[in-house]
Design a protein around this ligand. Structure first.
Ligand code: GH3
Ligand code: MG
Ligand code: MG
Ligand code: MG
Length: 313
């Protein structure tokens, strides 16, 4: 078994790329003692660009599960050392919490075992002999569901901008990139001007529409590598990688112009809305998340103080 494992062991997974937009390779853990089937699955899955890890026993499977954080598990029931149900019992809580789909792929067809697996929270029980096309389609759908869920927890419902959770993740990533490679980035905060008035004069729903329109304008004005977040309420943040404050200011001022020119309508009135901006750039001296936000916030405050609808560096 040890030899087979070595022969089949996949090469080391490549380091995740620097780019925030690059999709990481999805990793699938196969826990199955049928060496021929495992070899066939590995080849088929690798053709679909999945990264495959193999465990020919339950113990090995548990070890790899805890060490390598797979994105999905294909689990056999009849294994040499323990049953797949016992494996399931040890991993299901963590797998559910982290939304790691577990597909049972087994020759064990007894209804009792299938019911047991389903009752433990397994979504898919596939019987051997497998049809590889159907299995690949199922895997694709499970990953798609997972991707939609992952997206849904980092996006603000009203505006479609990323939420605070993603703001924090992006900040962490960009700071670590900066420390490693010296790649600079700018952070811009944008706060709508006298927004309370919009709500007071035209109602909360109109206020919501203004926020949505603002988000649309920003998205249309930025590059794919920029990250646009709702920081809270009517305050938004924009990360601009590889951009110094001066270039970031050009972007923000362009958005300011476009937004201020929009004619909003409500209660038979036309009105305009503006926003103020504050920009800061990561530097050797300042590379802490809190510090960067504080600086951008101070710049934003200066814009407000100077009369709003402007940007301060
Ligand atoms: P300033 O120019 O100084 O920023 O004034 P302001 O009125 O924009 O600032 P203030 O912080 O006093 O008010 C912000 C308002 O934004 C109050 C709050 O009710 C409103 N707001 C926050 N989130 C939402 C939202 O999701 N929808 C709507 N309609 N209003 C919101
Ligand atoms: Mg087996
Ligand atoms: Mg405001
Ligand atoms: Mg505010």
């Amino acid at each position: 078994e040890g030899e087979a494992l070595e022969v089949m062991e996949s090469p080391l997974k490549p380091e995740p790329g620097n780019s925030l937009t690059a999709l990481p390779q999805l990793e699938i853990l196969l826990i199955d003692d049928d060496v021929e089937l495992v070899a066939f699955l590995k080849e088929s899955l690798e053709k679909q660009s999945y990264y495959v890890r193999i465990a020919l026993s339950a113990e090995r499977g548990l070890k790899v599960f805890y060490e390598s954080k797979p994105d999905m598990i294909l689990l056999d029931i009849v294994l040499p050392d323990k049953s797949g149900i016992e494996v399931l019992d040890q991993i299901i809580v963590k797998a559910k919490k982290e939304r790691i789909p577990i597909l049972i792929v087994s020759g064990e067809k007894s209804k009792a075992v299938q019911l047991k697996a389903y009752s433990m929270g397994v979504m898919d029980y596939v019987s051997k002999p497998i049809d590889i096309e159907l299995l690949l389609a199922l895997i694709r759908n499970r990953f798609e569901m997972k991707r939609e869920w992952q997206e849904s927890i980092i996006v603000d419902e009203l505006t479609g901008a990323f939420n605070r959770k993603h703001f924090n993740q992006t900040m962490k990533q960009l700071i670590s990139d900066f420390k490693r490679t010296g790649r600079v980035f700018s952070l811009a905060l944008m706060d709508l001007d006298h927004f309370k008035r919009v709500n007071d004069l035209y109602g909360h729903l109109v206020g919501d529409e203004v926020l949505q329109t603002f988000a649309d304008i920003v998205r249309r004005s930025i590059r794919v590598e920029d990250t646009f977040c709702r920081f809270g309420g009517e305050e938004f943040a924009l990360f601009l990688p590889n951009t110094d404050v001066a270039s970031a200011a050009v972007v923000i001022e362009r958005i300011q112009e476009a937004f201020a020119a929009l004619p909003f309508r409500a209660k038979n009135e036309r009105f305009q809305v503006t926003f103020s901006g504050g920009i800061t750039e990561v530097t050797e001296a300042e590379q802490q998340a809190d510090k960067l936000v504080e600086q951008a916030d101070q710049a934003l405050y200066a814009s407000k103080h100077a009369g709003r609808n402007q940007t301060t560096l």
